[in-house]
Ligand binder design. Structure first.
Ligand SMILES: Nc1ncnc2c1ncn2[C@@H]1O[C@H](COP(=O)(O)OP(=O)(O)OP(=O)(O)O)[C@@H](O)[C@H]1O
Ligand SMILES: [Mg+2]
Length: 321
């Protein structure tokens, strides 16, 4: 059953130099209990896409087109109390660098009790019991709810943030770079935890990362973003096994622990285009080893290459051709 439908989403920022098209016509669906990875290098619009879904854009950001439908509701029409109720209760987000956002002078347990009391008509005793269960779920001793953030390690604080995101039993959790600030061992633990929670609680998740290896093990679906656009999307298995877009191939080749076409350079030279003056053709053209005149002149459409596998490149062939 479809939980989230994003159709033609455009999110722009007003800046002194002009309009910056951070997210420029992206579409994807997410079913109940499904995990989608959103990958792409820094500045490609991953966080902006997440904030658009939550309607948490900064003041100079605005939705310039498209639609976001969550559980049958048109999010553009949801405002005020109804919107506040959807955040936390139905959708929650673990922000980039969230573990440093815990209030240092408040006990960690209290910081999770608060949203529960705010969003649900339960008494404090019930909320505290829930927090203890959540601690257990994310692998922290429930007796530690009265401690302060500085008494926790980075990995523990990230677990606290995950517990907080789950506090009101949402249907969708957006994790923005959930493991970036952590060392490799702790990263693996947090990813396993997210995967287990997803299955146990039938949670849908959007996991944002520039690190494909983070997404390989946790996600059912994978969308690759480049300069504000989704250039490829399919099941995660399919994207890794059969990447179509030259950018995806480059990203996969850059991670030696993932099987891929090793003939590509290990990193993609150059930088993404300025999103205030984005090129009219393929945005990846300047860095692409396959570049031809058509790439500079025309934007490639996102076409279905294989059932459920989409890619936006002039040189991929539509399904059945
Ligand atoms: N408040 C803002 N005002 C103007 N431009 C912004 C604002 N926030 C983001 N941008 C721009 O929008 C684009 C997308 O930014 P975004 O933060 O979504 O990228 P990202 O993919 O999450 O990158 P990262 O991996 O570094 O977190 C970038 O060009 C960024 O500079
Ligand atoms: Mg980001």
């Amino acid at each position: 059953m479809v939980l989230l439908e994003v159709e033609g989403l455009k999110t722009y920022f007003k800046t002194q130099e002009g309009t910056l098209k951070a997210v420029d016509n992206i579409s994807f669906d997410l079913d109940r209990g499904q995990a989608m990875g959103l990958a792409g290098e820094s500045g490609c619009g991953k966080t902006t896409a997440a904030l658009s879904i939550m309607k948490l854009l900064p003041a100079n950001g605005f939705i310039a087109g498209g639609s976001i439908n969550f559980m049958g509701q048109d999010m553009s029409k949801v405002t005020g109390d109804k919107l506040r109720a959807i955040r936390w209760r139905d959708i929650s987000i673990i922000f980039q660098g969230a573990m440093n956002a815990l209030n240092p002078v408040k006990r960690v347990g209290d910081q999770i009790v608060e949203p529960i009391l705010l969003h649900e008509k339960v008494d404090e005793e019930v909320a505290i019991k829930r927090v203890k269960e959540l601690f257990e779920l994310v692998g922290i001793n429930p007796n530690r709810i009265r401690e302060y953030p500085h008494e926790f390690s980075g990995g523990m604080r990230q677990r606290v943030m995950i517990a907080m995101a789950l506090a009101c039993r949402p249907k969708l959790v957006i994790c923005d770079e959930p493991t970036t600030a952590l060392d490799v061992m702790i990263q693996a633990q947090i990813l396993t935890l997210l995967k287990n929670l997803q299955q146990e609680l039938e949670l849908a998740m959007i996991i944002i990362s520039h690190d494909l290896s983070v997404l390989a093990e946790t996600c059912d679906l994978l969308s690759i973003m480049y300069a504000g656009k989704i250039v490829e999307r399919s099941s995660a298995v399919e994207v890794f096994a059969n990447p179509q877009h030259p950018y995806t191939k480059g990203l996969i080749a850059a991670f030696p622990n993932i099987k891929g076409d090793r003939k590509m350079p290990a990193s993609i030279a150059g930088n993404p285009p300025n999103l205030i003056r984005a090129p009219k053709g393929c945005r990846f053209a300047e860095r692409c080893y396959m570049k031809q005149d058509i790439c500079i002149e025309q934007e490639p459409p996102l076409i279905e290459v294989l059932p459920g596998h989409f890619a936006a490149c002039h040189f991929v062939k539509p399904k059945g051709v």
